[in-house]
Design a protein around this ligand. Structure first.
Ligand SMILES: N[C@@H](CCC(=O)N[C@@H](CS)C(=O)NCC(=O)O)C(=O)O
Length: 217
């Protein structure tokens, strides 16, 4: 019996979708990739999860994973060839705490720094400076052995670097001038990796009946 592939709703530039795609990729789980536009989400995606965020993974038994971290854990619990779930130093709850600080306060500052016009709160530079606090913390953690929890990559590195990448790209000159060499080389390492290149491949936007599909007879 051939089990159908899980369906992944994804958006190329979404950092949550990136980390889910990286975990699926290293776990060797191939998916039916459905690239979506956030401005025109397909009804199939909204039927699977009304939350309307990417990534979403729909399993062959119709279970739906609509949180990127859940997708990462699901994939890595099946197959974790590089032991991402077992940080070399520190404990997995420390790793989870750092990811929560990324997804919570740092992501909040990232959005308000990157898109100041969407929010009428504090000026962008205040959010940049608050985000810098998190970056400095990462840098000091990275300066010991190169990755966040030792010399070996863990789930935390993969879960966090796509957000640091967005933050860095908001004003690359500012980021490159920061006195945070461990952070800068860590980011270069991850954004230059084969894994990242593989999951950043471009896909056409998915639709049930692509416009160029043959008309039914
Ligand atoms: N907590 C969710 C967050 C996912 C999320 O917010 N994704 C963004 C794109 S980066 C999204 O789909 N936003 C919905 C929209 O823009 O309409 C997860 O970890 O999967």
């Amino acid at each position: 019996v051939r089990i159908p592939k899980p369906v992944l709703y994804s958006f190329r530039r979404c950092p949550y979708a990136m980390r889910a795609r990286m975990a699926l990729h290293v776990a060797g789980i191939s998916c039916e990739h459905r690239e979506v536009e956030l401005k025109a989400k397909p009804s199939e995606m909204l039927d699977a999860s009304a939350k309307g965020t990417v990534p979403i993974l729909v399993l062959h038994d119709d279970r739906v994973l609509d949180e990127s971290l859940k997708i990462m854990y699901w994939a890595l619990e099946k197959n974790d060839p590089h032991k991402w779930l077992k940080p070399q130093t520190g404990r997995s709850d420390a790793m989870q705490g750092l990811i929560a600080d990324n997804d919570g306060p740092f992501k909040n500052d990232l959005d308000r720094y990157k898109y100041p016009n969407r929010y009428d709160a504090a000026p962008a530079h205040l959010h940049r400076d608050r985000g810098l606090g998190f970056l400095a913390r990462l840098d000091s953690q990275l300066s010991a052995d190169g990755q966040l929890y030792g010399a070996r990559i863990s789930m935390a590195d993969i879960a966090i670097f796509p957000f640091v990448r967005q933050f860095a790209n908001t004003d690359r000159d500012w980021f490159d001038a920061l006195p945070l060499p461990a952070l800068q080389s860590w980011l270069d390492h991850h954004t230059g990796s084969k894994l990242f290149a593989a999951i950043m491949e471009k896909h056409d936007i998915w639709s049930v009946a692509p416009p160029d599909s043959p008309a039914p007879a």
